[in-house]
Write a protein that binds this ligand. Structure first.
Ligand code: MG
Length: 381
């Protein structure tokens, strides 16, 4: 029996995780769940899965949750400390981190310190602190299991050879709703949020339209698989059927394919190294017919180039880019800046930053705070 904690249980990855878990009741036991503010759904999930503890992070949601779960015997925790308690203090084998934003970093570290494997869907963990997180995981002998579809694909493809035989990683990108179309500059939040292939949270959907998401994924892939940034390539593949590829030194290019469905990578992370049957639609190659790939235009998608730049610089640069982007995306969703200004804010914030090499957690969090203030000032102008 694998004991599972799901952080961010009410979001799209969290809900899919619980769907996977509920199909294998003899394999998994949910011991902890968290949500930001959706206490109704969290209480419903808690009643179904009977975890030992739940946590909610948003101010004002605690009383409501306590009320919904009174007499249930389920412990109710609060705030970011609650997340870290779920990740590090409950008796668990695997922590699924599906939190959105920089709030996901500390719980990942808490899980690692406690010796738990982490199924990681929270991008910020590796974007902000990839070096630190991977080092601590190595020292503690725990595994970081990727949940993102691209990184899961690479992880699966890597089983075809040895680390020293890898020549190149190829990340595929959907290109977002504006691939091959004009009007990116004037796009409204509504247009951007209508992603053609993947149903995701708002932040990552906007990041997908600017390709910032892919820039972050390059940084994550660099840390997860210990491959130099310049051997990680991005190709646009609007169909999102090939989830990513690995090229070995003899030129063999290994790909993982499937219809876009997050349940497969989630299930693979939970059952690794085993594979269990899926409930989703299996890929029919004839139905797909043809596969198309394009080189991304980094002068149009500046955020992708910024991702590479920050990855090459290392240190606190990726954390700064991440923080600036969170502020800029929020401003875009509130109608205060245009889509194209997101890249400008990100670039200007990064340019003002004094990078710190081999940063500690404190350095990273300080850089994160600095970048938020700097980005807000730039937006205010
Ligand atoms: Mg992805």
């Amino acid at each position: 029996m694998k004991r599972v904690v799901v952080l961010g249980a009410t979001g799209s990855i969290g809900r899919s995780t619980l769907e996977v878990v509920s199909r294998f009741p003899d394999t998994f036991k949910v011991v902890g769940l968290s949500a930001r503010r959706n206490v109704e759904l969290l209480a419903e999930q808690a009643k179904k899965f009977r975890p030992e503890a739940v946590a909610v992070t948003e101010e004002g949601a605690l009383d409501k949750l306590r009320n919904l779960l009174k007499d249930s015997g389920i412990k109710v925790l609060f705030k970011e400390e609650g997340l870290s308690s779920l990740a590090g203090e409950l008796e668990a084998d695997i922590v699924v981190n599906a939190l959105v934003g920089s709030v996901g970093l500390r719980p990942t570290l808490a899980a690692i310190e406690a010796g738990r494997d982490v199924a990681l869907a929270n991008k910020e963990t590796l974007v902000m602190a990839g070096e630190l997180v991977m080092r601590r995981a190595r020292e503690r002998g725990t595994r970081i299991l990727p949940v993102d579809s691209e990184h899961s694909a690479i992880w699966q493809c890597l089983r075809a050879g040895r680390g020293e035989e890898v020549r190149r990683l190829v990340l595929t990108a959907s290109g977002g709703p504006f691939w091959g179309k004009e009007g990116l500059e004037r796009a409204t939040p509504e247009e951007v949020l209508a992603h053609p292939v993947w149903r995701m949270g708002r932040k990552v959907t906007v990041d997908s339209a600017t390709m910032m998401n892919k820039g972050f994924e390059v940084i994550e892939a660099h840390w997860l698989f210990d491959v130099p940034v310049d051997r990680i390539e991005v190709v646009v593949h609007p169909q999102s059927v090939v989830h990513s590829l690995v090229e070995f030194r003899d030129g063999a290019l290994i790909a993982q394919l499937g219809w876009p469905d997050m349940r497969l990578p989630i299930q693979y992370a939970l059952t690794y190294p085993e594979r269990l049957p899926g409930t989703w639609k299996y890929l029919d190659l004839v139905e797909v017919g043809s596969l198309r790939f394009y080189r991304p235009d980094t002068s149009k998608f500046r955020c992708l180039a910024l991702g590479y730049e920050a990855a090459r610089e290392g240190g606190t640069a990726p954390a700064v880019l991440n923080a600036a982007d969170e502020v800029a995306v929020e401003a875009f969703l509130e109608g205060r800046i245009s889509l194209e200004e997101i890249a400008k804010i990100n670039e200007a914030t990064l340019a003002q930053h004094r990078n710190i090499c081999d940063p500690s957690l404190e350095d990273i969090l300080e850089a994160d705070g600095w970048a938020r203030t700097a980005a807000r000032e730039l937006i205010g102008r």
